[in-house]
Design a protein around this ligand. Structure first.
Ligand SMILES: *Cc1c(COP(=O)(O)O)cnc(C)c1O
Length: 455
């Protein structure tokens, strides 16, 4: 028993309900604002982009929300995901800490993202939507939604950031295998894309531009197409709670409870998915687990951003949310963790950082690859560059526990594998990988462009 590594659940243990943190938040979340009037958005405005079921989940104050049986059925293809004790990593670090990780890389597309993609495709299909539109950076979200759209027989248009489209052809191929249409953004398919191309034909694209194109394509489709977002929004974080709900049972099997829970943060969904079900016990049951959200120094939303209302996209067509933001005009340096380059952050994660329940931490690029290679050599799994940020923080916690002689119980989310990111690892191994300091000037420039909203 003492050397047990795997803590596995059976199909019947897949949660039947998602956990919604909104009723347990210790602080008030202000509503999203309309991008033109700056008044609170109405369900009517949102219904152009999202099906009603997801709009209701976005504002629901029910603590638990039933997972539809057809969604659970698809979850069965890879859930429950394993929880493992990283004993070989503990030995390599010679630490008294106990390190556990929840591995979401076993999903069909290799990350946690199908947990919400499948749910979103299901609700869109149920409301008669014919096609979805979305953006993707490195392609993790696009491939998850392509998988889900195929399962529920929906068409999918993916606006893929042009530089990724050119540099990362394999994720595009994966999306096309599932039947999605993939376009390098900026495209000439939307008014916003044409405007950008007219000013700058060689624009390499950005996540913000691609979001604007996908939103425009849905908004101008007369209801045939709806837009789908892979992170940030409350309903996305809700769907990801299956990660933490399973992990609670698995830590129980291990006979331990985490002292610290760690996840990387782009928009906040995999972190919240693991952390919020545990955070419930801090908020309601007097536990005192620490929660660490890890971001890149190159896109330091939580550690250097401002907590204010900002647009979700570069073109200022998406609603404004109160969140930590580097400004919608922020252009991050080209780090390999494409999923962590977004300017904003989930409003719930932001509010909980502001209230002191979550500790934000920023790490430089090379240190994350160093941690990822150490992890791969000990545990065998090659982490996604995004997940490597969580690995870095978990290792740092284990080393800190060693210095203090503590048997700290560490749980982190290994949000995905890095099999599509081997060229980044190649650069790291050749010593060609660059570190980017905090982009102070770019942050200052983008923050000056923040909307002046009276709260
Ligand atoms: C997209 C992605 C992330 C970042 O998104 P969050 O919403 O913050 O989870 C992290 N890890 C992997 C593997 C991803 O694909």
């Amino acid at each position: 028993m003492s050397e047990r590594i795997q803590f596995l659940l059976s199909e019947n243990d897949i949660p039947k309900q998602w956990y919604n943190i909104l009723p347990d938040l210790p602080v008030q979340l202000p509503p999203p604002l309309h991008p033109v009037t700056l008044e609170p958005v109405t369900p009517d405005f949102l219904s152009v982009l999202f099906p009603m079921a997801l709009i209701q989940q976005e504002v629901s104050t029910d603590r638990y929300i039933d997972i539809p049986e057809p969604v659970r059925d698809i979850y069965r293809l890879w859930r429950p995901t394993p929880l493992l004790r990283a004993r070989r990593l503990e030995k390599a670090l010679d630490t008294p800490a106990h390190i556990y990780y929840k591995y979401e890389g076993v999903s069909p597309t290799g990350s946690h993202k199908p947990n919400t993609a499948v749910a979103q495709a299901f609700y869109n299909k149920a409301e008669g939507v014919q096609a979805l539109t979305t953006e993707t950076g490195a392609g993790q979200w696009g491939s998850a939604l392509a998988f889900a759209a195929n399962v529920f027989d929906l068409d999918l248009e993916v606006y893929m950031v042009k530089v990724s489209y050119q540099q990362k052809p394999y994720r595009r191929v994966l999306m096309e295998i599932y039947g999605a249409q993939v376009y390098p953004s900026p495209t000439d398919r939307t008014e916003y894309g044409r405007k950008i191309l007219a000013e700058d034909p060689d624009n390499p694209g950005s996540l913000g531009i691609a979001i604007s194109e996908a939103v425009e394509a849905a908004a101008t489709s007369n209801g045939a197409k709806k837009y789908s977002l892979g992170s940030v929004l409350n309903h996305v974080l809700l769907h990801q709670s299956v990660i933490g709900l399973e992990a609670i049972k698995q830590m129980d099997l291990a006979g331990e409870y985490p002292d610290v829970v760690i996840g990387c943060v782009g928009g906040g969904s995999n972190f919240a998915g693991l952390a919020f079900p545990f955070l419930y016990y801090n908020l309601r049951e007097g536990k005192s687990t620490r929660f660490v959200a890890v971001e890149p120094q190159a896109a330091p939303t939580l550690t250097r951003g401002v907590y204010t209302f900002d647009y979700g996209d570069t073109a200022r067509m998406a609603p404004l949310m109160k969140m930590h933001t580097l400004g919608h005009a922020f252009m991050p340096p080209p780090i390999h963790a494409g999923g962590l380059r977004y300017h904003g952050m989930a409003p719930t994660v932001s509010a909980l950082v502001e209230a002191g329940y979550i500790e934000p931490r920023a790490v430089p690029q090379r240190a994350t690859f160093e941690a990822a290679v150490l992890f791969a050599r000990a545990e065998g799994i090659v982490p996604a560059p995004e997940s490597a940020h969580a690995v870095r923080a978990a290792i740092d916690e284990a080393l800190d526990a060693k210095a203090k002689g503590e048997e700290r119980v560490i749980l982190f989310n290994l949000s995905g594998h890095g099999h599509f990111d081997l060229s980044a690892y190649d650069q790291y191994l050749k010593g060609e990988l660059q570190d980017y300091a905090y982009p102070e000037d770019e942050i200052r420039r983008a923050i000056e462009e923040l909307p002046k909203v009276q709260v």
